[in-house]
Design a binder for this molecule. Structure first.
Ligand code: MN
Length: 314
C-alpha cells in the first residue's frame, strides 16, 4: 500500500481530481471512482472532478469550478503524468499535486507520484490501494472503477490481463459493480457511428501486398455527423483482424487540408515509417500528419514495400 496517497488525502479538506484529455474509460473511471470513494470515506471533504468530456460521460458529470477552489487544495491527477496531456491545467494552482498513474512515463512537473506500470489500468491500481486500506465501496464507485479495468484491458482480452486484474474485477463486482450495465453502455452507439463503421467495412481497399487502407476526404465527417478525430482514430480498427492483412492504415483529410495518418500493425514494428514522415507513437500503433493525399500515397507505398521486403525475408 502507498501510504502517501492516504496521507495526502487526509491532509486536505478540498480535493480536485484531474485526468488526461480525450478521456478513455480508464481516465473517467479512475477519476470518478476515486471521487466517489473519497466522498464515501471522508464525508466532510469536498471533492471535484474536472476536464473535457466525451462519450464516456455516462459515468458521471464533470464539475464546473472557479480558480479559487484550488487555493489551499490538493489536486490528484490520475491516468497521466505528462503536462501536455493533462486536461485543465489549473492543477498548478493547487497547494500540492499527487499523481496516480500506470504509464511508463515519469512526471515532468513537481508532484508526489505513485506509478505502477505493471497495472493494466489506473482503476485497477486505485481499486487495489483502496481495498487494502479497507475503504468502503458502493455500487457507483465499483461500477466506475470496473469500467476502467474493462476498457483498459480490452474487455479482458489483452495478453497482459492477469490474475490480479481479474481479482480486482471480482472484488468490484462483490462491491456492487454492474458489469451488464457497463457492457451495455460500451456497446450501444449512436446510429451515425454504426453507419460510419459500415461505410468503412464496405469501402476500405487493399494494396498489392495487402495493406488495408482508407483515404477519407473532409466531407466524410459531415456526411456522418462526427469529428475528424472519430473518422481518423476511432475508425482505423474497422480494418483490423482480417486474415492475411497484417498492416492497416487510415488517411483522413483535416479542415486545413493536411492528412491525419493512423497506422496499425498486427506483428512487426512500423513506427519507423511514421517517424520518416515526422510522426511517432508505439511500435504497432503509430501515426503522423502529411501534407497531401499525394504524400499519403507515398507513405502507403512505403508500407506496401515493407510488407513485400518482409515476405522476401521469409
Ligand atoms: Mn489507463
Amino acid at each position: 500500500m502507498h501510504k502517501i496517497i492516504f496521507d495526502m488525502i487526509e491532509k486536505y479538506d478540498r480535493i480536485i481530481i484531474h485526468r488526461h484529455k480525450n478521456p478513455d474509460g480508464d481516465a473517467y473511471g479512475a477519476q470518478l471512482g476515486l471521487k466517489r470513494l473519497i466522498e464515501l470515506n471522508y464525508p466532510d471533504k469536498d471533492v471535484y472532478a474536472v476536464g473535457d468530456t466525451n462519450n464516456f460521460v455516462f459515468l458521471g458529470d464533470m464539475d464546473i469550478i472557479t480558480d479559487e477552489v484550488y487555493h489551499g487544495a490538493l489536486a490528484i491527477i490520475v491516468d497521466v503524468c505528462v503536462t501536455s496531456l493533462i486536461s485543465d491545467d489549473r492543477y498548478t494552482l493547487a497547494e500540492e499535486v499527487l499523481v496516480i498513474d500506470h504509464h511508463l512515463n515519469q512526471p515532468d512537473f513537481t508532484c508526489e507520484a505513485v506509478i505502477e506500470s505493471s497495472r493494466i489500468a489506473c482503476s485497477e491500481l486505485i481499486t487495489h490501494e483502496m481495498m487494502e486500506r479497507e475503504f468502503q465501496f458502493d455500487h457507483l464507485a465499483a461500477t466506475r472503477l470496473l469500467t476502467g479495468i474493462v476498457t483498459d484491458s480490452g474487455r479482458f482480452r489483452y495478453p497482459s490481463t492477469g490474475p490480479e486484474t481479474l481479482e480486482m474485477a471480482a472484488y468490484l463486482i462483490r462491491q456492487g459493480a454492474d458489469m451488464n450495465w457497463i457492457y451495455k453502455q460500451l456497446y450501444t452507439e449512436e446510429l451515425n457511428f454504426k453507419k460510419l463503421r459500415g461505410y468503412f467495412i464496405e469501402h476500405f481497399q487493399l494494396t498489392e501486398h495487402k495493406v488495408a487502407y482508407m483515404m477519407n476526404t473532409k466531407d466524410l465527417k459531415d456526411k456522418f455527423g462526427v469529428s475528424t478525430f472519430v473518422v481518423s482514430r476511432a475508425m482505423v480498427n474497422q480494418m483490423s483482424n482480417i486474415e492475411g492483412v497484417d498492416i492497416w492504415s487510415n488517411f483522413t483529410e483535416d479542415d486545413d487540408g493536411s492528412i491525419l495518418v493512423e497506422l496499425r500493425s498486427a506483428n512487426d514494428s512500423i513506427v519507423h515509417i511514421a517517424r520518416k514522415y515526422g510522426g511517432g507513437g508505439h511500435a504497432r500503433a503509430c501515426g503522423c500528419t502529411v501534407e497531401s493525399f499525394a504524400q499519403a500515397h507515398e507513405l502507403l507505398h512505403d508500407l506496401d514495400t515493407f510488407i513485400e521486403s518482409r515476405e522476401h525475408n521469409g
